[in-house]
Design a binder for this molecule. Sequence first.
Ligand SMILES: [Zn+2]
Length: 582
Amino acid sequence: MSRSTVVTLLVTAARLAAQDTPLDAFRANIAAIHARDRAAYLSRYLHTPALARVGPDGLRQGYDDFARGTGAGWPDTLVATHLRIVPVSPDVAYGVYRYRVVDSSGSARGVSERVFVRTPAGWRVAVTTAFPAASVPPPPMALVGGTLVDGTGAAPLANAVVVMRGGRIACAGSRGACPVPADADTVSAAGKWIIPGLIDAHVHFSQTGWVDGRPDALDLRDRYPYEQVEAELHATPERFYRSYLCSGVTAVFDVGGYPWTLELQERTARSTTAPRVVAAGPLLSTIDFWLNLPDQRQFIYMSDETAVRAAVRAHKAWGAAAVKVWYIMPPQPPDTARVSALVHAAGDEARKVGLPLIVHATGLWEAKDAMQAGARVLVHSVWSGPVDDEFLALARRGGTIYVPTLTVPDGYRQVAARRFERDLQPLACVDPATRAKALATDTVAPAQRPSAAAVAERSARTARTLAQGLANLKRVHDAGIPVGLGTDAGNPLTLHGASVFAELEAMQAAGLKPVDVLLAATRTAARAAGAALDSAGTLTAGAVADLVVLDADPLADIRNVRRIALVARSGEIYTRRELEYR
Ligand SMILES: [Zn+2]
């Protein structure tokens, strides 16, 4: 129970007056739930057979029955807002509030009412109701007094107000420009920073964040059968939803996976409990990669031009947000020309059907060829060597967005070294099953452990690759090419949500200013995700109400993005603590 957390949002329930009024009784009633104090809770109800409880099932009556069921399952968190009292007569008052409860099964929202009657012992509840209202947008809320960094590149605005209504930003600006509406509850953001929700433009829901989803990295299929791992991912993507929100990530771009990842787009579009997901669906691959399921493929082999064009048209029919090409070069030159022609065919067909082409290309030649084929987004750094003037000219001409994805090789290195570096990614945001697997890295499969020399060689290679990636990022950014945030989350030890911080910090280490890293993680990442995202990654009137409130200044040091106080998704405000897994 995160009691301190609840109080942060419970502005209206902050104090208990000595005087007994219906409002006092209402506050005491809710406070007893927070305190899990059964006796205090029950003392507020009429001890008569007339006590009425009403919900979607209809009417139930009687105190004794009510008392027997009380205390069996207190919620982990109860957030009560918009608490109002309507006096009906000197001895009767009506009360209503909006609730959100979080427990192990997830989060539920609704409206709850009370009818209070005056008794010689004080005000007592005679009627209580609760009605779920999950499908209606969250009630209007105003964040007041924080420093607004709106993601447009404008200077930070101190003592700002952000009003959220109907899941959108109604107003974001100064106190004068954005008065708090009478029907909104307020949450203080004094001494804090308000930034747009982070957007991770490179994730994979078809991967777990550990080696069980990538048996090509370390084969543990005898203990973690691949088909079972994938079935679980398909069945419960929710665990990662919470990890993302907990890490301040309110939208993600899944750039390759099994066909079901496309379903997440519709399911999360207006969600308040999941990040917005846009997805590219199965990848088109220049090599016939084996890592597929018996009945479905995440890698569609680009065998010939007919197959390539058909696959692109299929993506359009499936509702994919983009076409992703996995551009792996064959070693022999005749094949190079053949493969290049197929990538260009993919780009041509994508243009015809109106889908953006996004490309995985880590070699300079392939990256340039991908841009010539029309790539709108490069989802990896060029690792093979320094980017050259031709690369920069192609990127500039095509308006290509460069998503450097710097830290994912380090996850593979940690697997090879059998040492999970747990301080890089906050485990509080990681679901218990994924956390247990990550922590098992150090002891897993000792027989397949590489030699000390091999581990050292791997570490040196990863360090060289990262150094090349950092240098190329700086060169690309300085040349004015737009840069977006992407982690490649889902790959081994690149954890969903929690990996975002190390990636931000790597971008800062490349020499980008914190403000530029923040813009990469919001405005430019939104552009990389494309029109399907329906968000500019900024906090302006009309935008989706996805934001993060930080306890420290992200423009002073991007590491301060780790210090999350609150996260809002579609206007629903969560404290960081209630999103954590305990
Ligand atoms: Zn990837």
